[in-house]
Design a protein around this ligand. Structure first.
Ligand code: V47
Ligand code: SF4
Length: 390
């Protein structure tokens, strides 16, 4: 929507609070906590969506980013017991889980030799025997083998546990990890920060302050990171805004976050399976409010293995400008939680087609959003035929 058209839309809104929010956004002013809650509670999806799309196009035009990546999940054995998790096996039940050795993980890394992937995303359960030395050795071994591969790894849940066991401070632990080859942090483990919800869904793992302190320490070393929010379960709208507010405040301080990733709760085979999953209208509202509230986060990502391809496509009109990566069927988290994407993999041609179908501009990026290639003028058929580009 053009700027005059969006102004006409805001001028026509009857509710004075929603209209005032609209003007703030058009004037590029920050919206407040109460504004965020009002958007969730009172605004139509079409209004929130149009504003979010306008902001997205002001910041990024039609550019839509993806990367070529693969995941390694070292283990699904975990000392914690988050109620929403379909993936982990308690340490006491570990014969049902998997745990990979460094050699096995290097076998995965080496299987991408000669392929144009730019990032490995490493995240898993918290296994008491996989300590800091183990992960520092893993980081060094990957870097020695393929120095240009960006390592985005470990959530504050894993890092907090390993730092405590190794008896190092957060700052010392982050410095050692960075020196061993850790390039950036993924956004996981954040869930919902507010303690009233956190104690019901993931009481025993790192709390909000601990999560934020680890990202802050990473930013202070010059590293970048992402942040997630797990929505659509027992939280209320204001808990989502409280979560986003804590992230927005840290971002004001450090500027180290790249991307905000709302994650839709999936309800298969976990202790919260009785809770219905959010509707697609709710999902799009979540993306739109994220774009409007997180004014200092450059990117909002729809993680397609969790949301499904078509909904990820739709989200590109509700504030989203990134769809993650090719993944190559290397993550189990969402398949096990009930996503329709049971074997998540997309070739570069698939991703380019998905983005072009909705008239956006596909750009391959590195983890830190350096633009690698603009695919707008390359036909998907040409791409698919080019075996080197998968
Ligand atoms: O923290 C676990 C979530 C997260 C369920 O930074 C669930 O680029 C929904 O953070 N339903 C890990 N969600 C994944 C993650 C991530 C994914 C992709 C990209 C990036 C990035 C980060 O998965 C966990 C948790 O919030 N999760 N179980 C579930 N049943
Ligand atoms: Fe463990 Fe992570 Fe699952 Fe929680 S979400 S039980 S920390 S693997």
């Amino acid at each position: 929507m053009s700027s005059p058209a969006i102004k006409t839309l805001v001028d026509a809104v009857k509710d004075p609070i929603l209209q005032a929010i609209g003007y703030k956004i058009l004037n590029k002013e920050r919206i407040s906590f109460e504004d965020g809650v009002a958007l969730f509670e009172k605004a139509s999806l079409s209004y929130t969506g149009a504003l979010a799309n306008w902001v997205r196009e002001e910041k990024h035009g039609h550019k839509t980013y993806f990367n070529r990546n693969f995941h390694i999940e070292p283990t699904n054995i975990c000392v914690f017991s988050c109620a929403f998790c379909s993936y982990s096996k308690l340490y006491s039940n570990r014969e049902e889980g998997w745990e990979l050795s460094i050699d096995q993980m290097m076998h995965i890394v080496k299987s991408y030799d000669g392929k144009p992937v730019t990032e490995v995303h490493i995240v898993g359960g918290v296994h008491p025997k996989m300590n800091m030395d183990f992960f520092l050795t893993l980081l060094r071994t990957i870097k020695a083998h393929r120095p240009d591969l960006h390592i985005k790894a470990f959530t504050p849940v894993e890092l907090d546990y390993m730092f405590r066991k190794a008896k190092v401070t957060v700052e010392e632990g982050m410095r050692l990890s960075h020196e061993a080859g850790l390039d950036s942090l993924p956004g996981g483990g954040a869930e919902i920060f507010h303690p009233a919800i956190r104690k019901q869904i993931c009481a025993d793992k790192v709390d909000a302050d601990g999560w934020l302190a680890i990202h802050k320490a990473a930013h202070q070393l010059g590293m970048h990171s992402n942040a997630t929010l797990l929505y659509g379960h027992i939280e209320e709208y204001w808990h989502r805004i409280d979560h986003m507010d804590r992230l927005r405040n840290l971002q004001d301080e450090t500027g180290g976050f790249n991307t905000f990733i709302p994650l839709k709760f999936r309800n298969k085979e976990n202790d919260m399976s009785h809770i219905k999953e959010s509707t697609i209208v709710e999902d799009m509202k979540m993306y739109a409010v994220s774009r409007l509230y997180m004014d200092n986060f450059p990117h909002v990502k729809a993680y397609w293995p969790m949301l499904g391809r078509q909904n990820a496509q739709l989200s590109l009109s509700f504030g989203v400008n990134d769809v993650d990566g090719t993944i190559d069927d290397s993550t189990k988290i969402y398949a096990m939680a009930g996503s329709e994407e049971q074997t998540p993999t997309m070739s570069t041609a698939d991703l380019v087609r998905l983005i072009k179908q909705v008239k956006r501009q596909p750009i391959e990026r590195g983890t830190l959003y350096n633009e690698i290639k603009d695919y707008s003028n390359i036909e998907a058929t040409t791409l698919a035929a080019d075996l080197g580009l998968n």
